[in-house]
Design a protein. Structure first.
Length: 601
């Protein structure tokens, strides 16, 4: 390799090297220098370097000069590649931006190649200053954009999340062992994306969209950015269609509608994930795509969850996105956005989607770790100041789209873990203010045997009756008021030594209602079952049943009505729930009560 210094301008701040097999003439050199001066708004030193391997074009490397010695302190900034290899890379990048793996990829490729016009491939090159814990600090990427994907010389991918005056911070999506101080990194001009398609249904994938269930590759139909603007107000319509969870305590008191965001909150081991899984199980046969995003959980816990979904036939319409505790923090950070992107793909096709984020507390913890490593100023509880925006830009993407936009919907069930029931902590208060209500699970209720352990006083749905059918509204009646009175009387009972008969009957009635709301896990109830149970309970049919036998009485009553009163079920399913149907339910429930007591059950 032979080096000839063609032109050197004293005091230059930019130094460039031209690599080619043949030396350029004076006119070509002047044109290149003029281009570089205009590009960098500075004097330029251009040096020709003979490279016999570049007989098919040329390559220019541009760098900044630091210090007095322009050669020993030169740092690479950009590359302009007009070699055959560079032009092929340009074509490859153009094709890579097409829909990944879709059925129309062949005509798109043909059109791209037919209309392709080669141009000098400009690559901005940076240098790694430091790397560790999934974070790389880079210098030289002065024009990098926030959330842009960068590629390191080892092939590792990263995402820009911090833009400072002199350095750029990025998170790494792959293991960082192959990235070292001094490694080069180039911009791609593309933001982080996610492959999407119908074939993801029934699969377990990681946060990058790659399958991890051993069932082979997934054919994607499109490639969408993992972060996108939430639908505008004009593109939405009010929540009005119920999304039935199959859980009596929730569907009757805190109904959830398609397009709603309902928070599930409580201490660890209080049944938060169980509620989310039961809701997924209850969507069987209802044409709802369910996405379960596991963030920071043990791999064994996620495997158990997938096993439950498979056992109940729910994986046929479900997708599991797993960023387990063993994954780097950057993957845990992008996991909910990746799952949301999958949900948006189906929503914009006019389908209904249910997405569970389990859980956003661990998501916030992963983001806090990244932020502290990026040397961002810590705020309350050491979280950065933009942690509210972290979750608001995620949950706001859930919506009920208008008919003009296809009428699809995405319902979000974020899960948040509290410490000793403290709902006033930073992350819980943030997400409570973002969502449309919360289901609060209480440890004391859980350990007393009340499953699900829903606290009636602290739980709320801000959509309310708008997400209930008329039949359910009529059946619920005064349930919430009755339970509120029971809880008040229960408090006073602790201090009373003697109770009159009326008070004792009211307490027994309230206690029977609490027993009625108990439900076995992974056994969701149909709407007609819930309505029958509510009518029987609110008309005090179960007051004479011992508390420990109420569960058996409920399911026995449902079986009895299926045999002796199937016409009642048909009427409820057809929306014909009036006083006459209500009286029939009460009558047949009384009949079963007599049989129940007479049979000695």
């Amino acid at each position: 390799m032979k080096i000839n210094n063609i032109i050197y301008s004293k005091g230059a701040k930019i130094e460039a090297f031209l690599y080619s097999a043949e030396a350029p003439n004076d006119r070509q050199m002047q044109e290149l220098i003029s281009f570089l001066r205009k590009k960098y708004n500075s004097d330029v030193t251009l040096t020709w370097v003979e490279d016999v391997e570049l007989s098919d074009g040329f390559r220019i490397e541009v760098g900044r000069v630091e210090g007095d010695d322009p050669h020993s302190n030169w740092k690479l900034d950009s590359v302009y590649d007009w070699s055959l290899k560079g032009r092929l890379q340009q074509l490859k990048d153009d094709i890579a931006q097409l829909s990944a793996g879709g059925s129309n990829i062949i005509p798109l490729m043909k059109e791209t190649i037919k209309n392709w016009t080669p141009k000098a491939l400009e690559q901005e090159i940076g240098t790694v200053l430091a790397v560790g814990d999934g974070i790389a600090t880079i210098s030289g990427l002065n024009n990098a954009a926030y959330r842009e994907i960068v590629v390191f010389s080892s092939g590792v991918r990263g995402k820009v999340v911090e833009l400072n005056r002199d350095v750029t911070g990025c998170i790494l999506f792959d293991e960082d062992q192959s990235v070292a101080e001094g490694s080069t990194v180039r911009r791609t001009g593309r933001t982080a994306g996610m492959p999407v398609g119908d074939e993801f249904t029934g699969r377990v994938i990681n946060a990058l969209g790659s399958p991890i269930d051993g069932k082979g590759p997934i054919k994607a139909e499109d490639y969408l950015p993992i972060e996108s603007p939430a639908p505008g107000i004009i593109d939405r319509k009010p929540v009005s269609k119920p999304l039935e969870t199959g859980i009596l305590a929730i569907d009757s008191l805190f109904p959830i509608g398609h397009g709603q965001r309902e928070l599930i909150i409580g201490d660890r081991q209080t049944g938060k994930t169980t509620i989310a899984l039961d809701t997924i199980l209850n969507q069987k046969g209802k044409n709802v795509i369910c996405i379960y995003v596991a963030i920071g959980q043990k791999a064994s816990s996620v495997a158990h969850t997938v096993d439950i979904l498979r056992k109940h036939g729910a994986m046929e319409y479900s997708i599991v996105v797993n960023a387990s505790a063993s994954e780097p923090a950057p993957l845990q950070y992008i996991a909910p956005y990746a799952g949301c992107t999958l949900g948006e793909y189906f929503m914009r096709k006019g389908q209904r989607v249910l997405i569970v984020y389990d859980d956003l507390t661990k998501h916030a913890t992963a983001y806090r770790s990244l932020s502290l490593l990026l040397e961002r100023s810590p705020g309350r509880e050491a979280y950065p100041g933009d942690v509210f925006y972290l979750h608001s830009r995620l949950l706001e993407r859930s919506a009920q789209l208008s008919d003009e936009k296809g009428g699809g919907s995405m319902t979000a069930l974020p899960i948040v873990e509290t410490q000793a029931g403290n709902v006033s902590a930073y992350i819980p208060t943030n997400i409570i203010s973002i969502t449309d209500g919360q289901i609060f699970l209480e440890s004391e209720l859980f350990f007393s045997g009340q499953r699900p352990a829903v606290n009636i006083g602290l739980s709320v749905s801000r959509v309310g009756g708008d997400a209930q059918t008329e039949a359910m509204k009529r059946a619920v009646g005064t349930l919430r008021l009755e339970l509120a009175q029971y809880h008040e009387m229960e408090v006073f009972m602790q201090f009373a030594s003697d109770l009159d008969d009326t008070t004792r009957q009211q307490l027994d009635y309230g206690h029977s209602l609490m027993q009625v709301l108990r439900q076995e896990k992974h056994r969701p109830m149909k709407e007609y079952e819930q309505i029958i149970i509510l009518v029987a309970a609110l008309n005090r049919i179960m007051m004479g049943v011992p508390p420990e036998k109420i569960s058996g009485f409920k399911y026995g009553l449902l079986n009895y009505i299926e045999k002796e009163g199937s016409h009642i079920i048909r009427k409820i399913e057809n929306g014909e729930f009036d006083e006459k149907v209500k009286e029939e339910i009460i009558k047949i429930s009384q009949e079963y009560l007599n049989i129940f007591h007479g049979g000695g059950k």
